[in-house]
Design a protein around this ligand. Sequence first.
Ligand SMILES: Cc1cc2nc3c(=O)[nH]c(=O)nc-3n(C[C@H](O)[C@H](O)[C@H](O)COP(=O)(O)O)c2cc1C
Length: 194
Amino acid sequence: MADDAHSDLADRLRAQPTLTGVAPPLDVQALPSDPVALFVEWLDLAISDGVAEPHAAVLATVDADGVPDARTLILKDVDARGWAFASTRSSRKGAQLSAHPVAALSFWWPSQVRAVRVRGRVVEASAEESAADFARRSAAARDGVTEGDWTLWRLQPARIEFWQGAADRNHTRIVFERGPDGTLVRARSEEKTA
Ligand SMILES: Cc1cc2nc3c(=O)[nH]c(=O)nc-3n(C[C@H](O)[C@H](O)[C@H](O)COP(=O)(O)O)c2cc1C
């Protein structure tokens, strides 16, 4: 019985279509050499194409025992300093970031068949920046949160992967990694993925 129920679900899941969006044109020979610029290009196109909540991402962290955790949050900004996000220091993620200041962010824009993942160290922004972000929140969003608890962090990428799916499964993966001189450079192998 349980097996039947499971296989029914497995069948329903198998029947679900994936990669149903329409990928924008992509010339991998003509990309900006700076992955921050490429991310902003992709994000701006997601915004102008009307991708739903393109600034939502899954943030993964690890706890003091090394056990991973993940939740969705909102991207606040991106620049050479990193990918900025905000939450309360007293939250589970706040405790995890203080024990292990590393994280990964994962974006998925289904209607464009595009995904971006970023991983690296996390640094806390200045108290002034956190306070400024708190001040920009609506009164409703500030409700129940003390100003000193609200914290802006930046994920400084060690690796960034841009992924674009294709109907023929000839997916494209563009990878940047931090080189020995500290700059982010295109990885030599950008293998095709299943
Ligand atoms: C679309 C979406 C956006 C969210 N944005 C944020 C956010 O910007 N900051 C935040 O702290 N939580 C945000 N949340 C709630 C988090 O997913 C999570 O439930 C909460 O931060 C507690 O996570 P933690 O217990 O791992 O610290 C958002 C949830 C969703 C679904």
